[in-house]
Write a protein that binds this ligand. Sequence first.
Ligand code: NDP
Length: 461
Amino acid sequence: MAKDEVDLFVIGGGSGGVRAARIAAGHGASVALAEEYRLGGTCVIRGCVPKKLMVYASRFRDEFEDARGFGWDVGEPRFDWSVLKRNRDTEIRRLEGIYRSLLQTSGVEIHEERATIADANTVALASGRRIRARHILVAVGATPSLDPPIPGGELAITSNEVFDLESRPDRILIIGGGYIAVEFAGIFAGLGSETTLLHRGDKLLRGFDEDLRDGLGEAYAKRGIGLALGTTLERIARDGRVLQATLSDGRTLPFDAILVATGRRPHTAGLGLEGVGVATDEIGAIPVDLHSRSAVPSIWAVGDVTNRANLTPIAIREGHAFADTVFGGRPTAVDHGLIPTGVFSTPEIGTVGMSESTARSRHGGDVVIFKASFRPMKATISGRDERTLMKIVVHGSTDRVLGVHVLGHDAGEMIQLAAVAVGMGATKADFDRTVAVHPTAAEEFVTMRTPFVTKKSVAVG
Ligand code: NDP
């Protein structure tokens, strides 16, 4: 029999909500959780995980081509979208099941329906039931934004629908210059779609180190991705099965799909927050304090709905910290200060800490840059025209490493470990003392001795 009163009601079964529910239950709280779509949330169902599977799929093209230089005859590889989609969807269903059983074994009661806030201590379910809760945690995440509306905008898809496409579009237009646009441009180009990436700015990935931005732009151009920079989409019109996109530069171009990835907005509309005195900000985010508490003491919020740092590992930390604070007797605040991140473009990006321009704006001339741009060893025999870029930003007077940036294979894997060192306050001398792992690309981090190294010779022995 479902409970009418619980210690904690979590609205949203994504990364942050599930973690909070499980940890709170582990602390002895009675917990219920509502999810209106699928357990696992954006990351598992239509974000990080299925995206990464598609990134893997898209990179086989390079592998097949490169294999020839190493003596392999791989014939004419053919790609079947339906096989990828089926296997990906099966894996996502498996993960969804794991999320469900994790909640169930923790004793969390699951309501697979929409929940809204009726008052500071009551949740109303779509089925009409009302459940009293000592605490309510809002973990509803964010949803793709389609601002500003343009004529024919409803013909475009977002990162929600992209996973439902039944076939690979032969020609795709992707709008945006952020994580999602850049990642999907790499995916579709790798899978063989003629890909155009349109962005209002003059470079991709605003906020990232300029060398990474330049390097990615060059790499994408080399990979045959059409870059329409400093351009906006003005209108979309259907012409039979084709979508005609009119751009601000006056061109009208035909596409089979148009993906809009111009940011995400907190999913708070209609949740009942205003009625209980939780005012949201101009984009709909819930303002919270260090412990994720809103202006109403019994209502808390974690993850993308708070628009602090919109990344899964942060939502998980915030959910865990909330549960420890409220039910574990251990007030815990999440440090949002140093957040490493990966962009799963091809080539990939890994970054932690300050970009060169941020460091210079804070420390003026007291910044030393170490840079290496080299052809990765594998590309020597494969003949692939690509570069790896690695960069360390150092505070001159203290020798402290302020930022580490990578563009190239396994950048995300590399940056995870570099982030440990940067988080510990490593100096450039600490990097220099570390013995290289040879032959790797990552060894460049510990062998860069001279500011602005530009060339790596392929070492022998
Ligand atoms: P981002 O905020 O990363 O990028 C949005 C992009 O859209 C920017 O290039 C922005 O341009 C552009 N844009 C915004 N509004 C408009 C507009 N009205 N017209 C034209 N262009 C516009 O959002 P995403 O949608 O790519 O991703 C959402 C979030 O998901 C990210 O913030 C990230 O935290 C998370 N994410 C993380 C991933 C990872 O960790 N690998 C992968 C995917 C998503 P401008 O730069 O000029 O503002």
